[in-house]
Each structure stands twice: as C-alpha cells, then as structure tokens.
Write a protein that binds this ligand. Structure first.
Ligand SMILES: [Zn+2]
Length: 693
C-alpha cells in the first residue's frame, strides 16, 4: 500500500510537490525503473510481428512515462535541496543512468526496432511518425547499437573514462579557483571598485579573522576588479591569476586537454564518423563540422571591420588614461570607462522601472496580442515553496494548452541561474488535447521588505527568455513526446527563447510595462535612448571573442585531435599526456593569435579552464551560441516588418515553428516561416550596426 500512495508515482497532472519527501524518492524511482524494465522485457520478448504500437510506439511510451516520473524529484533537487533529498537522489542516480544507457546496447531491443523500421507498416508511415522511426534508429546507431561485442565494450570503456576526465577537469577548475586568495590591506588599491564589491571582500576577510579585503577568483569577484579597479598592477595580478589557473601544479589541466581530445576522436572513429565534429553535429542543424566552420569563417570576415574600429577606440581611450600598451588586464577597464563616458547608463538606473509583477503582466499581454495565448494565475497548494506561483495557459478557443510554475528568488538550497524545465508533455491524443506542464526558475534580486522585486533589464530579458522556452514546450502540438516542444536540436532550441528577448528592446513593447514602481511614471525617453545606444557598444570586440572560441573549438576537435592520436604512439604512456598537453596549449596560442591584438592576449588563452568544451556539453558546439542568435535576429525581422504585435505574423510563427517541436528538420521549419534560409545580416545589424566608414 505504501508504494501505491507514493506521491512520486501519483501520475496526477497537479503534481503533489507539497507531499514529496526525501523518503519517497528512492522507493518511487526504483519502482518506476522496475516497471520500465518489465515493459522493455515484454517488448523484446513479443513474438508477434513488430508494429508501431508494440515496438517504437511502445518504447516511446515507456521512456515518456519514466521521464515524467523522474522529473519531479530531479526538479526538487534543484530547487529545495536538503542533504536527505540529495542523498536519496544520488543513491538512485546511477541506476537511472544505467537504465537509459542499457537501451541502445540491448541487442534484442535493437533487433526488434530495426525489424519494425524495415517493415511494410513502417514504410507506409508519414510525417512525424516516419521521422520518429528514423530518429530512433539513428539514436541507436549513434549510441553504438551496430557495434560488435568488442566494439560495444570499447565504447562503454571510452565513455566512462571520458566522463571521469571531464569531471576531473571541472573539479580542477573549481579547486584552483577556490585555492586562490589575495589580501588587500590598503583600501586605496581598491579605488574605483563599487561599494557592494568592497563590502563583500571586507566581509570575506572578516569571516577569516583577517583585517582588510579578501579577493578571490570566483567570477562575481573578478569582474568588478577587471572592470573598475584603477590600480593597474592589481588588475594585472587578478587577471593573471584568473587566466593561468590549471596551467600547472596540483590542478594542472594540460594533460587532460590532450587525453580528452584523443578519446573523443576515437569515439567518433569507432562509430564510423570522420572526426568528432561530424559525429556531434550530425543531428544538429549545422549537420557537419565543415558547415559550422564556414559559418564561423563568414562571420569572422564580416565582423572584422567592426573589431578593428573597436580596437582603435579602445587604444585611443587607453592612451587618454595613460595606458600606452593595451594589455589583457586593461581592456575591460578601458571599455567600462568609455561606456560610462558615452552612455552613462547602468543597471541601477533602470531597476525602478521594472517591478516583477508589471514585467510579467506586460509579457503575458505581449504573448496574448501576438500569439493568441492568455495566461491566468491560479492559487494552488501543491507547491514546493511559498514563493512558487502557478499559471494556466489558454489558446483563443479557450482550450487549456498548458500550465506552469514560476520560482523567481534565490534560496540557500536552490541552484544558481535561470532555467526552464518540463514535467508533462501533452499534445494531441486520441482522447483530445492533453495539456503540457512546465516550470521556469530564476534567482532575481528578492523584494526588500514590503517593496516589490525590482529587476535589471538583463533580468527582464532572462524572464522573457525562459518564458520563450516554456511556450515552446506548452504550445506544442506534436503527438509524439520525444519529438515535441523543446526536444529539438541544440542549435535550434534557443530560437524560441532568444526570440522573446527582442520584445524587451522595442519601445512599444517596453512601454507596456516599464513604469516607475512608486510614481507610475513611464520610463523616461532619454533613458530608453541611452539604453538602445549602449546596446552595440564594443559589439565587434565581443563578437570576435565569441568567434575565436567557436573557431578554436572546431579546430581542436577537427584538426588537432586526429594528429594527437596518430602521434601518441611516439611517446611512452607516462609522457604522452604531458607532452601533448603542451602541444594543445601551443596550438591554442597560435590559433587565438589571429583574433587578438597582441601576444599577451593569445598566450593567456582560456583552454585549461574552458569547462564548456572540456567538461560541458559544448564540445564542437560552441558555435551554437551565435548560430541561434543569427536565427532569432533573422526571425524577428518579419515581426519588425509586419508589426511586432501582428497577430497574423504571430500565428504563422506558432504554426511553423513554436508548436512544431522536432516534427520536421529545423531548417525546413525556418524556411516555412521565413520563406528562405537563415541570413546573418539581422544579427550583424543588431550587434554591430552600420559598417564603419
Ligand atoms: Zn535558453
């Protein structure tokens, strides 16, 4: 009886978050996994002809149900982590991963899926079902289903080793960051640094019983020094410490660089791909490493004149500040001085105009006018914290298409940053339309006493961004959950989210909600003008930085990694990582050189601490940041031309992109809405403006 009443397995649309306790997690998930395994066994031992319903459709059902059972506990770990909850979750985590990775290596499952894919029935499929069968087969093959026993064994070993190395890489970065401390005893050295930062540094010193200010290498502490500190020597010291982490000593990441690159290259080869980028990008919009590279090269060429202009401006401004040769520890500082002089705008000036509730109301109004979805708040008790709000989304016919939670403020036990997640994927079903369920979370500056929470413009953008992901999920009309909503290619998934950010820069949209929280006055015109003017400041400089990272990422995996594998035989086991670690460092230095203004900038490159590439999911995929910006800027041009609240344009977007998930190739969906392929012109205009004379 206890298992039946386990709230983890309630299956209710209104998930009983208020009743899920740490003690429910392990038994609940174990039961869910056993049920899923029993169903997989039933599927594979079925002796009848494979059909959609007993094979691919069944597999989809099993995976979908399990994902929905695991999602609530996973979410709770990210928003209200207690030691008990974390422990219960960690106990079952290996079993969850083991279940998912066992599927593609399950020979009889693969045989049956393949038999169905080759059947008469499958040949008759069309639309999303046809695509789903193709994608399922592709996923099996990509995960090693076609390898022989030896191959599967090697692949498994490579993946385990790679995961461990990536984990160690990021631990090294964390440890090297935590290890560093610099005590400042003379406050004059902190001249220029904002008060809030000084206070934090003072408090950190006090905590350790030291007089003075304690500087550390976590980014919120480094950034204000590099941007504002007038003491050039101190900037140099902090910058150097920051960028030379993990280059030697106990947390040296150089040997890991080489080993990680070699393993990835071998995985791609084992699975039959020409290089790691081709393997990673096969099921992305870019498709091949070559295409991602030509995207980078084209943008580099077009960004170059703007970069040259920005460099000139920085050098001139530096000279005026008495800095003769611009160094890596000067650029942020000089840029900040120049920005202040030109635009005199900062986060705090805008904050009073963006109270959270007004921002949300304005955003819901924009979505209603443009896309035809209305949002209503509902007071419910099944939440995990009193801050949590619950809303329902209806389309114009009054049908409830989805619901979502919001959770906006930081708590000690809550994960950092902002994110969207989904719990239930509904959509058109035999019994009618089933609503979707999702959540959006943030860590915004909390309200002060009785006051409302006031946001920066960047935070306003973040809310629009996450709500864009949520709409992608909640408005999906795809009948197969794994092809629905946000289950799309990585270089496509940020289009609906980033697109929403565009409205926060449009006057008509902003003026729907940007009013002073006390006086009710609209955002002053000249503040808006300054905000817009400052948007492109140093655009060439920062875009070139992004392009350098994206290019070197592809070059490392495409060019260097195979060379490392071939030449590895020339060294002894002990030598190889050490020697090749230096080769990777040198390769990085040489390749970054063409993107920077002096040898210092190239020498102090980011590779040994570049967790996106060496422990995150952005290996051979760093290009996707700019790629998806190209898409959203381009799509927004149609709204610009036809009216940013144009209901018809909005509906066309909903029909061709927002509600379509992964039911077709992203490129096809894009073309359906825009009538042509993506064009980077709109992004270049948004980030850089008219070409410098
Ligand atoms: Zn996003």
């Amino acid at each position: 009886m206890t298992q039946v009443s386990n709230p983890v397995l309630s299956g209710d649309f209104r998930i009983p978050f208020n009743r899920i306790r740490a003690e429910h997690v392990e038994p609940g998930i174990i039961q869910a996994l056993q049920e899923a395994q029993a169903d997989i066994d039933r599927l594979t031992s079925d002796a009848t002809e494979p059909t959609w319903d007993n094979t691919v459709g069944y597999l989809e059902f099993i995976g979908g149900r399990l994902s929905e059972q695991i999602a609530p506990p996973t979410h709770l770990v990210s928003v209200s982590e207690t030691p008990e909850l974390r422990e219960a979750y960690n106990t079952v985590l290996p079993e969850i991963s083991a279940f998912w990775s066992s599927l593609p290596l399950n020979g009889s499952l693969w045989e049956r899926v393949k038999a169905y894919a080759e059947s008469e029935e499958a040949a008759q499929l069309s639309g999303v079902k046809k695509r789903h069968v193709q994608k399922t087969v592709q996923d099996f093959i990509r995960a090693g289903a076609n390898l022989d026993k030896e191959g599967k064994k090697e692949l498994m070993a490579l993946k385990i080793e790679l995961a461990q190395l990536e984990q160690r890489f990021s631990e090294h970065v964390l440890d090297a960051t935590a290890e560093y401390e610099l005590i400042i005893t003379d406050e004059a050295r902190l001249s220029g640094v904002p008060e809030a930062m000084r206070k934090r540094a003072g408090a950190k010193a006090k905590e350790q019983g030291i007089a003075g200010w304690l500087l550390t290498l976590d980014y919120p502490s480094v950034e204000p020094i590099l941007k504002y500190c007038d003491d050039r020597k101190l900037r140099r010291e902090i910058h150097t410490a920051f960028v030379t982490r993990c280059r030697d000593g106990a947390f040296d990441n150089r040997p890991l660089l080489a080993r990680i690159l070699r393993l990835r290259d071998r995985i791609a080869e084992l699975l039959g791909y020409d290089g790691f980028p081709n393997y990673v990008l096969e099921d992305r919009m870019a498709k091949t490493g070559a295409q991602a590279m030509s995207f980078e090269r084209d943008l580099v060429k077009r960004t170059h004149p703007f970069w040259v202009r920005d460099v000139d401006e920085l050098r001139t401004a530096a000279a005026q500040l008495g800095i003769e040769e611009l160094s890596p520890w000067d650029s942020a500082y000089v840029a900040e001085k120049l920005r202040k002089e030109r635009y005199d705008i900062d986060d705090e000036i805008l904050r009073p105009y963006f109270p959270l509730s007004q921002v949300l109301d304005g955003m819901f109004e924009i979505v209603r006018m443009t896309f035809g979805f209305s949002v209503t708040e509902l007071d419910i008790e099944e939440v995990w914290h009193p801050d949590v709000r619950y809303y329902e989304i209806f389309d114009e016919s009054g049908e409830k298409v989805g619901a979502f939670y919001t959770d906006w403020f930081p708590r000690k036990e809550k994960r950092q940053g902002a994110w969207m997640n989904h719990f239930i994927t509904g959509g058109p079903q035999t019994k009618g339309f089933a609503p979707h369920l999702g959540v959006i979370c943030g860590n915004f500056t909390p309200p002060d006493g009785n006051e409302e929470a006031l946001l920066t413009h960047r935070e306003v953008e973040t809310i629009f961004h996450e709500f864009g992901h949520l709409l992608h999920h909640c408005t999906s009309r795809v009948e197969i959950a794994s092809r629905a909503g946000i289950n799309v290619a990585w270089d496509w998934v940020e289009l609906p989210s980033q697109l929403m950010e565009n409205w926060t820069w449009e006057k008509e949209a902003l003026y729907l909600f940007a009013r002073h929280h006390k006086t009710g006055d609209a955002l002053p015109e000249q503040l808006y003008e300054r905000m817009i003017a400052a948007r492109r400041f140093m655009g060439g400089w920062s875009q070139m930085r992004q392009l350098s990272l994206g290019t070197v990422d592809l070059e490392l995996h495409e060019e260097l990694a195979p060379q490392l594998r071939t030449s590895a035989a020339n060294y002894s086991e002990e030598e190889v990582d050490l020697v090749q670690g230096d080769l990777v460092m040198e390769f990085g230095r040489e390749r970054f050189e063409s993107f920077v203004i002096g040898p210092h900038f190239a020498e102090l490159h980011i590779l040994p601490v570049f967790t996106h590439l060496f422990s995150g999911g952005y290996a051979a995929a760093y290009y996707s940041y700019l790629w998806s910006e190209v898409l959203d800027a381009d799509v927004f041009t149609r709204f610009r031309q036809e009216g940013i609240f144009n209901r018809e344009t909005g509906q066309s977007y909903v029909n061709s992109i927002l509600s379509r998930g992964d039911s077709a190739e992203p490129g096809t969906l894009f073309k359906e809405f825009m009538g042509r392929d993506p064009d980077p012109a709109a992004l270049l205009d948004r980030n850089l403006g008219p070409e410098p004379a």
